[in-house]
Design a protein around this ligand. Structure first.
Ligand SMILES: C[S@@+](CC[C@H](N)C(=O)[O-])C[C@H]1O[C@@H](n2cnc3c(N)ncnc32)[C@H](O)[C@@H]1O
Length: 197
């Protein structure tokens, strides 16, 4: 298990001055809605759950999980405020077993918090628990990302590795790109995948 996994709980979300903004990636939501209009969603390592809250508002049946109790408590409060139903759970993805099948499984910005073997096991588990014609949506950091340090334990993907794991699915979109993060003043190396079973 990685040392880094409590980073958001201990250093970000639980800070007294931290404001939850529940921001959602609009392009990602559009991509999802182009392909699915309803169904069951699992959002892994949801953070502030911007995507989950918005899709729950659109009528999807959403379960979102994160290791941060602070995040999950805030998501529950925000869901109540917005009048949406969402199943928000505190779970550790390095031990989490998916038990039900989902139409859409999302994981953005999480694998660099999980060990390689746990990351690959999780993807395997996610693929098994995606319904026929269901979607997987992932955004991962690539090797050489500036957040990767010599002693980083979390997993950074090799070029094309994520896409190759989906060799037997329909790849709707796969992109590798660099994205400048103003807050961190660094350029992240990202791979984005949306694949259909
Ligand atoms: C960079 S944030 C990404 C949040 C969200 N998916 C997004 O794209 O905005 C990473 C999230 O993963 C969560 N996390 C890290 N390790 C985890 C683990 N082992 N199990 C569950 N959640 C974890 C953190 O608490 C944090 O909320």
């Amino acid at each position: 298990m990685t040392e880094e996994k409590m980073f958001f709980e201990e250093k970000v979300f639980s800070r007294e001055d931290y404001e939850f903004i529940f921001e959602a990636d609009k392009e990602l939501i559009e991509e999802i809605l182009k392909n699915k209009k309803s169904g069951k969603i699992l959002d892994l390592g949801c953070g502030e759950a911007g995507i989950s809250l918005l899709l729950a508002k659109k009528g999807f049946e959403v379960t979102c999980i994160d290791i941060s109790k602070t995040a999950i408590n805030n998501i529950k409060k925000e869901a109540k405020k917005r009048g949406v139903k969402i199943n928000a759970l505190v779970e550790d993805l390095e031990k989490f077993e998916i038990e039900e099948d989902y139409d859409i499984i999302i994981g953005t910005g999480i694998f660099h918090f999980l060990l390689e073997e746990n990351s690959l096991k999780l993807i395997d588990n996610v693929k098994k628990h995606t319904k026929e014609h269901g979607l997987n949506v992932f955004e991962v950091f690539l090797q050489g990302d500036p957040s990767q340090e010599e002693d980083s334990e979390g997993y950074y993907f090799k070029p094309n590795e994520l896409k190759d794991l989906y060799y037997n699915w329909d790849i709707l979109d796969y992109e590798e790109y660099e994205d400048y993060n103003e807050e961190e003043e660094q350029t992240n190396k990202i791979a984005y995948l949306i694949a259909k079973k």
